[in-house]
Design a protein around this ligand. Structure first.
Ligand code: SF4
Length: 453
């Protein structure tokens, strides 16, 4: 598998797209800034959300059991899955029981994490993603490149081409309103025919046994209300203790995600309508392992708003696919190494450590500090020989003023006379996209001694 830097190359090749991607996400980040500043108590909300999540994670087992008991009292069938396979098997067994061959699914990063679509497709079940962005990437046989904006890597021209190919819209039509309407008409038949609908879960409330699904398109509601069976897939960290906690999180989520004061549809599911069924699957899939890692457990506070991606200078310029991970961007880079450190060892390095992600995070996760911690874990377990050697050399030079002086003088002269081919060659990836500045005539110390008067 390509590491992050290698995987970024394909995206960066298209300089125009890279700039446009960068600017689009920065626009959303700026919207988030404006809307959050309209709430004088914004920072107090962030603090409160962080404390609620800390408290919840410290008592996770208790709140999950409280939720299970209240949800069952409400008539919801509760399932537990230790990993992705068990989650997928449970979903499939429910579908088999109801004889469905096709289902509609609204956005759920958990089902992406569990590769549910692939699993069900192999079992002969057609899965239709109903979030417009997700449907676009599904038609293109891609995965979402952003957790809130799955098709943010695509321009309207790309969507026009995709719809022309798969939905038969007129070639060259890239009008967003026309394409959205075409998407709606295309999805309508699937909604009407599906016996089973799958949704994600944004928040589940232990106190009441209800859960909340937030969408801007209303597709989760349409699917869940038309189908006989609603399956909700939830990571165990999505639990909140009390209903009134929602007031904090719903305000933070929409503002942080897209700069909206509130998501268009915040639907509360509490009990099935007569003749219908609601199932909820509580999934671990590595979360309890992360909970046990003191340095990284707060990553489980994440409410998947995507704000850290929109602000990250690396994500904005390298695109979501470069992370090779279901959750890309800064939060993905601290969650994915916990799932498979070897596979995702390059991700903690896909950061400038500028701390912008931490500054915007609505639940105050210290993302950049955890990135730094993961780097140390990677170095401990997979040490890079060349880097280790150069750091030892640098250590020797920096701790001795004489060695520093001599090596500075040597390098200033060497840089003037070294042939370019020694620096810019295929083995030195540093020189691939960078130019060395001209070597100064003298060291700072020499300059200072001459000019101090
Ligand atoms: S880490 Fe924070 S900013 Fe990033 S997606 Fe999660 S909640 Fe949002």
């Amino acid at each position: 598998m390509l590491n992050h830097a290698e995987a970024s190359e394909k995206f960066i090749e298209d300089a125009e797209r890279t700039t446009w991607h960068d600017e689009t996400l920065w626009f959303i980040r700026s919207k988030r800034d404006k809307v959050s500043k309209l709430l004088p108590e914004w920072e107090a909300f962030r603090e409160q959300a962080s404390l609620i999540k800390d408290h919840t994670l410290a008592n996770l087992g208790q709140f999950l059991e409280e939720f299970e008991s209240n949800a069952q009292k409400n008539g919801i069938k509760v399932h537990w899955a230790k990993d992705a396979l068990e989650h997928n098997e449970i979903v499939h067994s429910i579908i088999l029981k109801h004889g469905g061959k096709a289902l509609v699914k609204s956005k759920s990063m958990l089902t992406e994490e569990c590769h549910l679509n692939d699993y069900l497709t192999k079992k002969g079940v057609e899965v239709v993603d109903t979030d417009l962005g997700e449907r676009i990437v599904q038609l293109r046989n891609e995965v979402p490149s952003h957790i809130v904006l799955p098709a943010i890597h695509l321009k309207k021209e790309d969507v026009g081409e995709t719809f022309h190919e798969f939905l038969g819209t007129p070639k060259g039509n890239k009008d967003p309103q026309f394409l959205t309407e075409a998407g709606r008409q295309h999805l309508r038949g699937f909604f009407l025919g599906a016996k089973v609908a799958i949704t994600g879960v944004n928040f589940a409330v232990a106190e009441t046994g209800e859960f909340v699904v937030c969408t801007n398109e209303g597709n989760a509601d349409l699917g869940a209300h038309l189908a006989k069976v609603h399956i909700a897939c939830m990571g165990i960290e999505k639990i909140l203790p009390r209903r009134k906690d929602l007031a904090v999180f719903l305000r933070l989520l929409a503002r942080s995600a897209t700069g909206q004061p509130i998501t268009n549809y915040n639907s509360h599911f509490r009990s099935p309508s007569p003749g219908k069924e609601i199932h909820i699957i509580l999934v671990d899939n590595g979360r309890t392992a992360q909970l046990a890692r003191n340095k990284f457990r707060s990553s489980l506070k994440c409410i998947r708003c995507g704000a850290c991606m929109n602000t990250c200078p690396i994500y904005r310029r390298s695109g979501g696919f470069s992370y090779n991970s279901t959750v890309p961007g800064p939060i993905g880079s601290i969650l994915s190494p916990g799932l498979d450190l070897k596979k995702h060892s390059s991700l903690p390095f896909a950061s400038t450590l500028c701390g912008s992600c931490t500054d915007v995070c609505p639940v105050k996760i210290n993302i950049h500090e955890q990135l730094y911690e993961w780097r140390q874990e990677v170095t401990k377990t997979q040490g890079d020989f060349a880097k280790g050697l150069s750091m030892k050399l640098a250590n020797g030079i920096f701790k001795s003023p004489l060695a520093y002086k001599i090596s500075g003088s040597l390098m200033r002269n060497a840089l003037k006379s070294l042939p370019n081919s020694l620096i810019y060659h295929p083995l030195n990836i540093w020189g691939k996209n960078r130019n060395l500045p001209d070597a100064p005539k003298e060291s700072f110390q020499q300059w200072y001694q001459k000019n101090r008067s």
